[in-house]
Design a protein around this ligand. Structure first.
Ligand SMILES: Nc1ncnc2c1ncn2[C@@H]1O[C@H](COP(=O)(O)OP(=O)(O)OP(=O)(O)O)[C@@H](O)[C@H]1O
Length: 247
């Protein structure tokens, strides 16, 4: 796995019903993600974060620029946790995970992922019976299951109540420590970003570009310490006035 280089010179949405009107979503955005890094993208609502993830996932190719994801000729595998869990309602939890495999998955893999997300007992249930927190845990497993080169996560804890968000975040974190994939994780929550990330990339309102790119210096075994997270957050806001208005 090599560095991922994201360079978007221009992304403009032309409104279909009125081609004279357009929205300049992204301009001169440039950053590199190193293998196995956990990078949080933090920016105001509507600045273009989902647009960027869709471009990296190859779902949107209408832009000027380049996204290089490793050696030419090799298509990287991408896991994508969308804002809504997007489970198939006619399949059980286990089948929703099995469906992402082109071939039979390695023995024990699905069981170990279900166990890591505390979902072994719910594996035969259908999505309509699951709480939102459980559905989100299934969608996280589904993205991890293919062992992707890059994992895109678009506010995976949004609209969960605070204790559930904390629980799912801590399960995700333990899973990532065991399987440290390269992650691009979108969030509005600065404490959450500090608790999870190696690096924080702050993004401007549209047209979106990088405002600040900051390493999180807190050791991995100290991330459970909320007072440390809070101290770093306060220092960050003091030393980087440009990010104050974003959150
Ligand atoms: N298909 C589209 N056609 C026209 N404009 C669009 C389209 N998709 C998104 N936009 C606009 O592009 C901008 C960026 O949208 P995007 O969903 O990427 O923002 P975001 O940062 O992910 O927002 P949020 O944090 O609220 O999820 C918004 O102004 C949005 O209205």
């Amino acid at each position: 796995m090599s560095d991922i280089r994201i360079r978007v010179d221009n992304k403009t949405y032309v409104l279909a019903h009125d081609t004279a009107q357009s929205h300049h979503a992204i301009a001169d955005l440039d950053f590199i993600v190193h293998p196995h890094q956990f990078v949080c993208l933090v920016g105001p609502s509507g600045c273009g974060k989902t647009t960027l993830l869709n471009m990296i996932a190859g779902l949107d190719r209408h832009y000027e620029g380049r996204i290089d994801m490793g050696p030419a000729g090799k298509n990287p595998s991408i896991g994508y946790v969308f804002q809504s869990p997007r489970l198939l309602p006619w399949l059980s939890v286990r089948q929703n995970i099995e469906v992402v495999f082109a071939h039979t998955p390695p023995t024990g893999l699905i069981d170990s992922l279900l166990e890591s997300m505390q979902l072994l007992d719910a594996q035969q249930q259908y999505p309509e019976r699951l709480s939102l927190g459980m559905q989100r845990r299934v969608s996280i497993i589904r993205a991890f299951a293919i062992n992707p080169d890059i994992l895109l996560m678009d506010e995976p804890f949004v609209s969960l109540d605070a204790p559930t968000a904390r629980q799912v975040r801590s399960l995700l974190y333990s899973l990532w420590l065991k399987r440290p994939h390269t992650v691009l994780f979108v969030t509005h929550d600065l404490r959450e970003a500090i608790a999870l990330a190696d690096r924080l990339i702050f993004l401007s309102p549209s047209p979106m570009r990088v405002l600040s790119d900051i390493e999180v210096p807190i050791a991995r075994d100290q991330r459970h310490d909320e007072s440390r997270i809070e101290r770093f957050r306060e220092r960050l806001l003091q030393n980087h006035p440009e990010i104050n208005g974003l959150l």
